[in-house]
Ligand binder design. Structure first.
Ligand SMILES: Nc1nc2c(ncn2[C@@H]2O[C@H](COP(=O)(O)OP(=O)(O)O)[C@@H](O)[C@H]2O)c(=O)[nH]1
Ligand SMILES: [Mg+2]
Length: 334
């Protein structure tokens, strides 16, 4: 029995999820530490703000509302900072699994539909416990397991899965954190196959679709596009996934779902011209190079995200998130 989960459950008093609307669905979002989950959540929030503005004009027959329930992270603070071009504060490692729940509600003429997206961290102590148990085939829910409700509601009893897979990790662009459990491909594939096993034995709530966000695409776009891995094309996605996320890709294939979507996402980073010491022969006549810029207000947060001052919006790939909302509506809610 996991002490850590027990604590998490007490602290955040996660309620049992009873449906208050006619239809409630769940799409669980999984990603490792630093895969870009919080940034993805912020991007989704920003797009939903615009989506709601468009949907909720007076007289509109279909309305859209959303809400974020904070759990371990101060996502509201982070959103304010995102609009100033700041990446979120690092989610502290360790026990945190459930970062926040994102709720979307669609009011249609024939009823209300609600979807809950729990954002889960697939590493850290608590998730390792769960994964270890899954690996041993112990995913039966028994009443004496105190964390059963949590695992059941948030991980197993889900209608759809969204994976956050950074393109940089697969290519070894970022230092791996050591343990095998930190490897995104191993981690995501293990989780997917565990959910698959569970669904096989509990077929009442099947997985309706899988969404994969290939984050940080901006950082490697040129390289990928010139290496037959343009992630905006099906061929490119296929080449990329088979090469850098082979196990995850195999499990997704095994699900045999029609509704699998891949979306490359990324922000635009501010750049600056700095003196290129290596290529400067004459200090009077320095060579320059263009480099990403650290956030001037808070360099500890890393690179500065470009902000479109006219729209008052950070610059990122917005289209995938509009498509994601439609995808949730069409495949997960249906
Ligand atoms: N270039 C680039 N870097 C990103 C992007 N999203 C996240 N990052 C980097 O990845 C780090 C971790 O992102 P975060 O969303 O906090 O990941 P989380 O730990 O999964 O919540 C950030 O601090 C950024 O340095 C992106 O779209 N482009
Ligand atoms: Mg985070």
């Amino acid at each position: 029995m996991s002490q850590v989960l027990q604590t998490a459950k007490n602290v955040f008093s996660i309620p049992s999820l009873k449906s208050k609307v006619e239809q409630e669905r769940r799409a669980s979002v999984f990603g490792m530490v630093e895969s870009g989950k919080t940034t993805t959540l912020l991007e989704l929030l920003a797009v939903c703000t615009n989506y709601a503005n468009q949907s909720n004009r007076p007289g509109s027959k279909e309305n859209f509302y959303f809400l974020v329930e904070e759990r371990t992270s101060g996502i509201r603070q982070a959103l304010g900072e995102f609009y100033q071009g700041m990446f979120p504060e690092k989610t502290p490692a360790g026990e945190r699994i459930f970062e926040a729940d994102f709720l979307m509600r669609f009011h249609k003429t024939f009823g209300k539909w609600e979807i809950r997206l729990p954002f889960c961290e697939t590493s850290g102590e608590a998730m390792s416990h769960i994964l270890d148990r899954f690996r041993n085939g112990q995913y039966e829910i028994t009443p004496d397991m105190k964390d059963a409700g949590l695992i059941h509601d948030y991980i197993l009893d889900t209608d759809a899965i969204a994976l956050i897979a950074p393109v940089t990790r697969g290519l070894g662009m970022e230092a791996e954190k050591g343990a095998t459990v930190q490897l995104p491909d191993v981690n995501l594939s293990r989780l997917l196959s565990a959910i698959y096993q569970y669904k096989k034995e509990n077929p009442s709530r099947p997985i309706k679709g899988i969404a994969v966000f290939l984050t940080k695409y901006d950082a490697l776009r040129t390289y990928l596009e010139t290496s037959k891995m343009d992630l905006q094309t099906p061929d490119g996605v296929h080449n990329f996934m088979s090469k850098y996320f082979p196990q995850t890709y195999d499990v997704i294939g095994w699900y045999g779902l029609d509704n699998v979507r891949f979306w490359p996402t990324g922000v635009q980073i501010e750049t600056e011209r700095v003196i290129d010491e290596l290529n400067t022969l004459d200090p009077q006549n320095p060579a320059y190079k263009v480099m990403p810029r650290l956030h001037p207000k808070n360099p500890a947060r890393g690179w500065q995200i470009k902000v479109d001052s006219k729209r008052n919006m950070p610059v990122f790939t917005e289209q995938p998130f509009y498509e994601f909302i439609e995808w949730l509506k069409d495949t997960v809610m249906a």
